[in-house]
Design a protein around this ligand. Structure first.
Ligand code: SF4
Length: 416
């Protein structure tokens, strides 16, 4: 049996698509593993979100050849859509495609190897993993054209998947994972291209009688409305963590980024979330050092993130992407490394305050894995718990814990 390693860089959408490729290859009889290992065949699912991500994507070719000089390599994803020629390095790279129809790589591999040893089913099946958390991919593409972002050029326009297909996929995921993350490239646009759709809440409604709890991957402010939140608040199995992209706390920078909201509107949405979900985890992404970000703009962002009081943040130094509108902007941002340090310091303080507020409270968690003698699990509002137990706990097991004290990047918790 031929072995295939699938290497995935970047976002959750890539992870989902890699799993789809893996699943199809398995039905064709290949022995598939995820990550870099010794195999006959490799699939690199690339990312182009930053220059660094593109460099890492390309470097995997050299890493693979060190492990197996006879490897056959297939490449797909945003970086190979952006610059396919940079991946066509020799005979060992058999095929390079972009972001469209990635699953067709499984057919290419099959026809190249004629290795149909064990066709389990012609029907698509979700990959069986022991993971606690599974991603439900419901939407592709983006029409927003934020000036720093290459994704709309690589992924194309917004497309929502039909609800009946999403429901079928959900049924396959439910027996595998007790937590499901609804994900998409611009998730908040779900339903815009479906006549009569109520939008993203329609996907949430599929979880009304689900055994799994669910959360959203990343949301834009436009989706946060009284109607959306009031309906979400009726679900016992909704995880009250909102990853609401901010990117900057300066209105001038937001405008230059082509983000369609002001910081005042953003704060209004955060307050609305807290009205319905008082203990919600509110997390975000920030880009530090956007070309037009002045010293005053950087300070404004620092003040604003304190005002919002995030529970956690992903902080990215600006990375210039060829082909984007921001590429042409004059760069006035200075001391970016220092700005990153300052934002990081504030983010760490806010995170520890959020954890502190949750000490003594009981939370539902789902066991993920083990580390240093602790079981690891996340609360619904996304606090990482370190749990000691004399009894063996199983991955994917749901239980209630009380948060005892802050520890590392989360909290010690005991079973109640
Ligand atoms: S919303 Fe903006 S940052 Fe997100 S994928 Fe679309 S263009 Fe890129």
């Amino acid at each position: 049996m031929k072995t295939v390693s699938i290497i995935t860089l970047g976002c959750k959408v890539n992870q989902v698509e890699s799993e789809q490729i893996a699943e199809k290859l398995e039905t064709y009889g290949f022995d598939v593993s995820m990550g870099l290992g010794i195999s006959d065949i490799y699939v690199i699912n690339t990312c182009a979100v930053t220059n660094e991500a593109e460099r890492k994507s390309r470097n995997y070719i050299a890493k693979i050849l060190k492990l197996n000089e006879n490897a056959k390599i297939y490449v797909c994803g945003c970086s190979s859509e952006n610059s396919p020629d940079k991946f066509k390095k020799g005979d060992f790279v058999v095929k390079v495609i972009g972001t469209k129809d990635k699953i067709s790589l499984a057919d290419s591999i099959k026809s190249n190897y004629n290795e149909i040893e064990n066709i389990l089913s012609s029907e698509y099946k979700t990959r069986v993993t022991s993971r606690t958390r599974a991603d439900l991919f419901v939407q592709n593409g983006c029409n927003n054209f934020c000036t720093y972002c290459i994704i709309p050029y690589l992924r194309g326009r917004e497309t929502s998947f039909p609800l009946n297909e999403i429901e079928k996929e959900l049924k396959l995921l439910e027996p595998i994972a007790n937590e499901i993350v609804i994900t998409g490239i611009n998730l908040s646009a779900y339903g815009k291209d479906i006549e009569g759709s109520d939008g993203l809440i329609e996907v949430a409604r599929l979880f009304r009688n689900s055994s799994a709890r669910f959360r959203f991957s990343s949301l834009e402010v436009n989706v946060i409305t009284e109607k959306f939140l009031s309906e979400l608040a009726t679900f016992d199995n909704f995880c009250d963590q909102f990853h609401l992209s901010l990117q900057s706390g300066s209105n001038n920078t937001l405008k230059a980024m082509n983000r369609h909201y002001t910081k005042e509107e953003y704060l209004e949405k955060v307050n609305l979330i807290r009205k319905f979900f008082p203990n919600a985890g509110i997390t975000t992404d920030i880009i530090v050092g956007f070309p037009t970000e002045s010293e005053a703009g950087a300070l404004e962002t620092l003040d604003f993130i304190k005002q919002v009081n995030f529970s956690d943040m992903h902080i990215f130094p600006y990375s210039k992407r060829n082909g984007t509108a921001a590429e042409k902007l004059k760069n006035v941002a200075k001391n970016v490394a220092n700005r990153v340090k300052e934002v990081t310091k504030v983010a760490e303080q806010m995170k520890s305050e959020f954890i502190g507020k949750n000490l003594g409270l009981t939370h539902e968690v789902i066991i993920e894995n083990q580390k240093d003698g602790y079981y690891l699990a996340h609360t619904k509002n996304f606090i990482l718990c370190y749990i000691k137990s004399n009894k063996k706990l199983e991955s994917n097991q749901k239980l209630n814990v009380k948060l005892i004290s802050a520890y590392a990047d989360g909290a010690f918790a005991e079973i109640v």
